[in-house]
Design a binder for this molecule. Structure first.
Ligand code: NDP
Length: 450
């Protein structure tokens, strides 16, 4: 029988790769992990974690304003961008260290460098060549920037955390997760933000009522959203940058962020030469057990999946580890994956949009509510909260749950458990609310929409 240097060689030290390497090693496998940058991948270094920290920072601006209604006189406030950046960098370095310790403690051999597949079982990193029974590609994704004139003057989300100086005027191109989050964050931190979205809505594939409501709320907080507007050129001026929009509009800015989607990170890794089939986006094509067209090569996370979410990558990694080194084959069920967008206010969602539910289930009942939360009776904030339930008429199952409002991500996480268990509207109705909370509205909505 052929012997290999390792049982598993993981390429990429992000969420999926680290989880797979660590858990496989804990089950006794001989594991190596190659990473050319810091451990933790997009999520830890330039994604979820620093973004959420900056989102908290942005939230204080509202909190200071609202405090007065509660009798607090906050006095003069001053935002120190350099301090936020330094504190974030310190926390991210700490997390990089945590990832390293976890891998080392599990016995994973860490290899620093760019890894390339040489054949079905071979990986080259610099001068060194390794063999492994299984190779897991977990190299994530990277920002995509459309081919427009002057795009080199713009930046992608990776650069937003360390901008210098703070952009007083920011143009955000795109209407997806990343665009909406950064537009909200920098608006909260004090920038004048213009968001340019090519279509008539934000957040493609989200519920129509939800995204209309979000656009209204983001506009209320000060984001200037230009719908049906494409950016055709970026030029450099003495006073900064200028974005030319398709209908002749010009927007001046200090920074232009392209948040126009992400593509799988597979270039220059020798995948195709080794026989690994890629899709039209460059993503690794995998089966339900994450095997590529080369059976010894697997892929998880953003490099292959269509749900680019850290918890999805973690779950896929666990399926791979169970399949290769443990409990045996199992399949991940992606239905009712909850997700949040950390705009101000937050978006939380689980299950089907109204349009998708009508297509899938035929007859559905809609419950919807919009209100001012108790907190804002004294804060005098004009913020409103939106909640919506979609119920399959035939089974009474709650198949869609959507929210725009404070802590929507925290609230929807719990409801997602119930929804995966098949909770019906009758179950929601028989659940006692927690009073007074915003979340109780989900169990007290009684009147369907006409
Ligand atoms: P998305 O796919 O969500 O959004 C891309 C946006 O760019 C869309 O609004 C799209 O417009 C627009 N766009 C695409 N191509 C062009 C173009 N050529 N010109 C102009 N506009 C264009 O991508 P993101 O980069 O925002 O996020 C990638 C993924 O990362 C998300 O899907 C999500 O899974 C994940 N993510 C998750 C987060 C979370 O969980 N909170 C946070 C951040 C990212 P249109 O709508 O018209 O197609």
């Amino acid at each position: 029988m052929r012997t290999f240097d390792f049982d598993l060689f993981v390429i990429g030290g992000g969420s999926g790769g680290v989880r797979a390497a660590r858990m496989a090693a804990q089950r006794g496998a001989r594991v190596a992990l190659a990473e050319c940058a810091e451990l933790g991948g997009t999520c830890v270094n330039v994604g979820c974690i620093p973004k959420k920290l900056y989102s908290y920072a942005a939230g204080y601006a509202e909190a200071f304003e609202e405090a007065e209604g509660y009798g607090w006189h906050v006095g003069e406030t001053r935002f120190d961008w350099a301090q936020l950046k330094a504190n974030r960098a310190r926390e991210i370095t700490r997390l990089n260290g945590v990832y390293r310790s976890l891998l080392e403690a599990a016995g994973v051999q860490l290899i620093q460098g760019w890894a390339q597949l040489t054949d079905a079982h071979g990986v080259q990193v610099g001068e060194k060549h390794f063999t492994a029974q299984h190779v897991l590609v977990a190299t994530g994704g990277m920002p995509f920037v459309p081919d427009i004139q002057g795009r080199e003057h713009g930046v992608v989300s990776d650069a937003m955390f360390d901008l210098d100086p703070f952009p007083k005027r920011l143009v955000v191109v795109g209407g997806g997760y990343i665009a909406c989050e950064f537009a909200s964050i920098f608006n909260g931190l004090g920038a004048q933000v213009t968001q340019v979205q090519r279509s008539a809505h934000l957040l493609n594939e989200f519920d129509e009522d939800l995204r209309q409501f979000l656009a209204k709320e983001m506009t209320r907080t000060g984001v200037d959203i230009r719908f049906n507007a494409e950016i055709s050129m970026v030029t450099r001026l003495e006073s900064g940058l200028c974005a030319l929009l398709s209908r002749g509009q010009r927007v001046e800015a200090d920074t232009i962020l392209f948040a126009t989607g992400r593509v799988p990170n597979t270039a220059g890794m020798g995948l195709e030469a080794a026989g690994v089939a890629l899709d039209e986006r460059g993503g690794v094509i995998v089966d339900a057990h994450y095997r590529s067209s080369v059976p010894s090569v697997l892929a998880v996370g953003d490099v292959s999946t269509r749900q680019q979410l850290t918890p999805v990558a973690l779950a896929e990694a666990m399926v791979v580890v169970d399949t290769l080194f443990g409990k045996g084959k199992r399949q991940l069920d992606y239905d009712y994956t909850p997700t949040a967008v950390f705009t101000h206010p937050n978006v939380g969602t689980c299950g089907y949009t109204e349009a998708a539910a009508r297509m899938k289930f035929g007859k559905v009942t809609i419950f919807s509510s919009e209100f001012r939360a108790l907190r804002h009776t004294l804060s005098e904030s004009k913020e409103r909260t939106f909640m919506k339930l979609i119920v399959d008429k035939a089974s009474d199952r709650v198949v869609g749950l959507h929210m725009v409002g404070p802590d929507a991500g925290e609230i929807v996480q719990g409801f997602a458990v119930a929804m995966r268990c098949g909770a019906t509207k009758a179950d929601f109705d028989s659940t006692i609310g927690i009073h007074p909370t915003v979340a109780e509205e989900f169990v007290t909505m009684r009147e369907p929409m006409p």
